[in-house]
Design a protein around this ligand. Structure first.
Ligand SMILES: N[C@@H](CCC(=O)N[C@@H](CS)C(=O)NCC(=O)O)C(=O)O
Length: 219
């Protein structure tokens, strides 16, 4: 199975880690901004990453791709089957993909990616998102992790699911360029993110992407 995309994208990282958690072997092929192999050009009609190529099956969008992967290998689903857990997992994925990513992208893009693309960074937008948008996100996560109905140290149920993965992925990008997530103010969130990062699936993905990330962080 081929994942087309760039490893440091939160959406690409999500599908890479998801595949590892499911025991699905993937090959990552570089793609993005309209450039990449045929499977990407055909599989992602709007040029977004990631795209998936599984034989003659082409699919874009990280949510669609992880849904496919989860159904391919029934067993310990990353998207729980129980109605309430399933619905809450979908909420957290949506939260990660939209609210967290929208704020995080302003920080990561402007502090790390823009220069590499020879675009003028909007550092004021990054500072504003860090000062005003991220704390609200951290407050919310802290509230659900500290005293949420699940109470297991994970966002849904008592185990790592797509919910944790999808929310952590954009936060990992923010953490590359921001020290805003303070353990004094958000201890449960810091602890949770450290546990996500420590999973073999995540730490392996982070090690693989580092050679692409490091040059973006150098002055
Ligand atoms: N909903 C999509 C979002 C994918 C997405 O926006 N990817 C970004 C990279 S982080 C992208 O391809 N940006 C290039 C562009 O918008 O042209 C998913 O979950 O896969």
């Amino acid at each position: 199975m081929i994942i087309h995309g760039a490893r440091p994208s939160p959406f690409v990282r999500k599908v890479i880690v998801f595949a590892a958690e499911k025991g699905i072997a993937v090959e990552v092929q570089a793609a993005g901004f309209g450039r990449g192999a045929e499977g990407y050009l055909k599989g992602s009609p709007f040029g977004k990453i990631p795209a998936l190529e599984d034989g003659d099956f082409l699919l874009c969008d990280s949510t669609a791709i992880v849904t496919y992967m989860d159904a391919l290998k029934p067993g310990e689903e990353m998207i729980p089957a129980a109605p309430r857990e399933r619905a809450r997992t979908i909420w957290y994925e949506e939260f990660g993909d939209t609210i967290v990513q929208a704020a995080g992208q302003k920080i990561f893009f402007n502090r790390a990616v823009a220069r590499r693309l020879k675009r003028k960074p909007d550092l004021a937008a990054a500072d504003l998102a860090e000062a005003e948008e991220m704390p609200k996100i951290h407050d919310y996560l802290e509230s659900v992790l500290a005293s949420g109905p699940e109470g297991g140290g994970w966002l849904v149920g008592d185990r790592f699911t797509l919910a944790d993965l999808a929310v952590a992925c954009p936060l990992i990008n923010v953490a590359y360029v921001s020290a805003g997530l303070s353990a004094d103010r958000w201890p449960c969130t810091v602890d949770w993110l450290a546990r996500v990062r420590a999973r073999p699936s995540v730490s392996a993905a982070l090690a693989e992407e580092w050679p692409m990330v490091e040059p973006m962080l150098s002055k």
